[in-house]
Ligand binder design. Structure first.
Ligand code: 0X9
Ligand code: ZN
Length: 391
């Protein structure tokens, strides 16, 4: 059962052993509880006079109905030469084949690059989309850093598909960007959520007999090891043995750092859930000196999303809006690489289904994600042109 209740549950050791913390923001927590600890949880909630809502009564059932059947998925498929649809969640192979098919079908604008390999030797594959002008501002998009956040790779591939299939009718500010799209930044973890444990978050680093996994979004080399990170391998937020100890984060940093410093103008990392557009800093409550620019663009995106789909996104700095957490990719992109527009967007939903969001929600999330990316691209290219005018 997944319940939404308040913090007191955390203080009971019994409950933490019989549960999994899904989300904790300010005064609200989402907890996944085993049946054995349910009545104890009820007592805690009542004793502390707190409110609780049952969101998912039967998680196994939610997991089983999240994705359509294989037969249904097959019936959704079109004749574009790949198996990807945005009516179902797909395995890694379908996502990677989709990239390859795009590169084959649209060689003038698309290419695929393997930037390295994961711990279990899966390719870290990125799709580049460009009109061929090396001087365009670059925008990096990643998804799937946390394995269980399935809506993230689904949204990122939706965006890639919109960009490529709609390229000829795209506004100039979208075509004058070099796009770098890494849909599944944690491929081993992603596959593990499909085969073994739907709620796995970290990568698949083994630490001998101890609990496996490093939280990739605590492993980047900016303020590594600070607040909101754990030195305990069993923690969901284990930071790893050192900054960039994991190939999945190391190869992202290597790829981006190999380009001249002013190549990337935006770094957009897709996560879930909660519907937030977050900007640095995440490691602590401080704000950046250009915070008003990041806030303005995020608010533009939020307003447009609400107008178009009714979806509401909460906007603010990561630490103040969610919680402080160091070693995130967004902080590294801004603090170390110097990429101005660095955001983490937490896609839907706001908690009804959490990580186990039915596949019927992919398209609406995809459209919201696309609006966000469109708004950032406009800001980036406008910034570029206004700088040009200044000279
Ligand atoms: O905790 C995270 O890594 C992100 N939330 S999630 O629920 N998807 O795990 C938020 C990251 C925000 N950015 C930083 N803290 N740097
Ligand atoms: Zn995440």
């Amino acid at each position: 059962m997944k319940i939404n209740g308040k913090n007191c549950l955390k203080k009971s050791n019994n409950l933490t052993a019989g549960g999994q913390l899904w989300k904790e923001v300010k005064q609200e927590v989402d907890y996944l509880l085993k049946p054995q600890v349910l009545s104890e949880a009820e007592q805690h909630v009542r004793a502390a006079n707190l409110s609780r809502i049952v969101l998912i009564d039967n998680l196994q059932n939610a997991i089983e109905t999240e994705n359509p059947s294989q037969a249904e998925i097959a019936s959704f498929q079109n004749r574009k030469g790949h198996r990807l649809t945005w009516k179902a969640y797909h395995r890694l192979a379908d996502i990677h084949d989709f990239f390859d098919v795009l590169a084959k079908t649209y060689p003038d604008i698309c290419s695929v690059e393997t930037i390295g390999y994961s711990l279990q030797k899966r390719p870290l594959k990125i799709l580049k989309i460009s009109n061929g002008n090396p001087g365009n501002p670059g925008i990096w998009i990643d998804g799937g850093m946390h394995a269980r956040e399935w809506i993230s790779p689904a949204t990122v591939t939706f965006i890639a598909n919109q960009l490529v299939e709609g390229w000829d009718d795209m506004p100039e500010y979208m075509r004058n960007v070099n796009w770098y799209i890494h849909a599944v930044a944690n491929p081993d973890g992603y596959e593990y959520t499909h085969t073994t444990d739907r709620l796995w978050r970290k990568n698949m680093r083994s630490h001998g007999r101890q609990c496996p996994g490093v939280d990739l979004n605590r492993n980047f080399g900016y303020k590594w090891g600070g607040k909101g990170t754990s030195a305990n391998p069993c923690s969901q937020t284990y930071r790893g043995s050192k900054a960039f100890s994991e190939p999945e984060t190391f190869y992202i940093s290597k790829f981006i750092s190999n380009y001249p410093r002013d190549t990337f103008h935006a770094y957009l990392s897709f996560h879930s859930y909660g519907q937030y557009i977050l900007y640095p800093w995440g490691y602590d409550y401080h704000l950046t000196s250009d915070k008003s620019d990041l806030d303005r663009v995020a608010r533009q995106a939020g307003t447009t999303i609400t107008k178009q789909s009714g979806g509401k996104y909460t906007i603010g700095s990561s630490a103040t809006t969610l919680y402080p957490a160091a070693g995130g990719s967004d902080d590294w992109a801004k603090g170390f690489v110097g990429i101005k527009y660095s955001y983490t967007i937490e896609m839907g939903d706001t908690g009804r289904y959490g990580f186990v969001l039915p596949a019927s929600h992919i398209e609406s999330n995809g459209r919201d994600g696309y609006t966000f990316v469109d708004t950032v691209a406009r800001a980036v290219t406008q910034g570029k042109y206004s700088r040009k005018r200044a000279f």
